[in-house]
Design a protein around this ligand. Sequence first.
Ligand SMILES: *Cc1c(COP(=O)(O)O)cnc(C)c1O
Length: 491
Amino acid sequence: MAFVSTRGNAPVAQAAEVILRGLAPDGGLYVPQSLPQVPLAEIGEMRDAGYVAWAKRTQDFTPSTLGTAIETAYSRFNRPEVTPLVSLSDGAFVLELFHGPTLAFKDVALQLLPHLSRLSKEMTGEARELFVLVATSGDTGKAALEGFVDVPGTRCAVFFPEEGVSEAQRLQMLTQPGSNTHVIAVEGNFDDTQTGVKRIFQDADFAKKMQASRRMLSSANSINFGRLAPQVVYYFYAYAQLLSRGVVQLGDPAHFAVPTGNFGNILAGYYARRMGLPIGRLICASNANHILADFMETGVYDTRRDFQKTLSPSMDILISSNLERLLFDLADRNAETVRGWMASLRTDGRYDVGEERLRQMQGLFLYGWADDEATREEIRRVYGQTGYLLDTHTAVASRVLAAYYRQHEADHTPCVMLATASPFKFGRDVLVALGGEGVEEMDDFSACEALASRTGLPVPPQIAALPTMPILHHTRCEKDGMEKALLSVLP
Ligand SMILES: *Cc1c(COP(=O)(O)O)cnc(C)c1O
């Protein structure tokens, strides 16, 4: 598969190069020149296929060893289905993407990406160690550590803001074993941490040191196409499950509702649709930072607004970087048009894609948003009516979906809601939503135990074990001392 940049000023690149590089050299994002197609007849034939079979069918990356990599990656999920499809009520389904090692959907991609990186190194003859640097606000850091741990020829260092992550997230990272993993706490907030990592990436002196120690810096965030590709799989798998259970006939559409932040997850759905999957509409659900919902309503992407801290922190984003890949298609793959919009974003904080493209976009996507109050109400409503416990991110999608069906009673298309985190990862807020008493006095772990006894669901072992696990990383640094701290932990 060959790739071009959304900004149009980079040479055509092959998959292996794209995965190692992340960002295109002209600052754009790599997009496939054309997408492989999965014919409807084949979807029908594969209706009973498992997740791993779907992963092998949809990952267009040549080495034969990829099959083994896929098996290894998804054997670390604690459900045989990998991403189980749960029936919620008539025609409404939940696709649980959170049964990986860190209990959030980032595992689906970050368990496979390190293997893709390793294979890419072999294919390109890259002999240096791949050194992945991550600044995290919580979920991505731990998922990257779990993905890269002990993968030969790779190393992963994560910086997290001491002020920015929950107690469970902090312990998840500090207890990370492995000889190629490093975790550093930064005295500051997420912005300080992210700025510091960007500075390290741009520092010529640091680059020289890495060159001398034969290391190649890389990134594991969702601008890397290697993180998007593994996410296409579960859309196919979920549709096949609907077929297999007789919920849809071959070729009938299904909607998908996606809690959205950086636009990665939902973009994978859009690619699945372009690969031939009969997706009806993709429902883009935002929280109180509803810049995407507004964009889909008006065609104007306007960042001139305040950032809100919400109950769904992994969706608290004002610049959705993956949106640029959709823009490229909306612009009929004209990079000059995309460059114009990006320039306008830089100078004016906004861009306008115009009436015609707006209509085109509205034909593909539905949209909506829910604030914290609505999110809590939704968790309570769904638990009360179905006994199913949503996390704070998934509840946003559920709320937007429920509003859509209320307004469109004639639409009987089945819908799959993507569940992106275990409710226990945000146990305290979920317990508050259910009206739990005395939550203020509890620490995060007691809140999870209270949630478990309230609902009869077990606390996931990854969380239950945390308070007694040994702390393996002790390095802290000031926001101006990140590079020095990093050099001090490297072997
Ligand atoms: C990252 C994340 C999201 C947002 O996904 P995008 O691909 O950035 O749109 C939603 N929910 C959870 C729990 C996440 O970790």
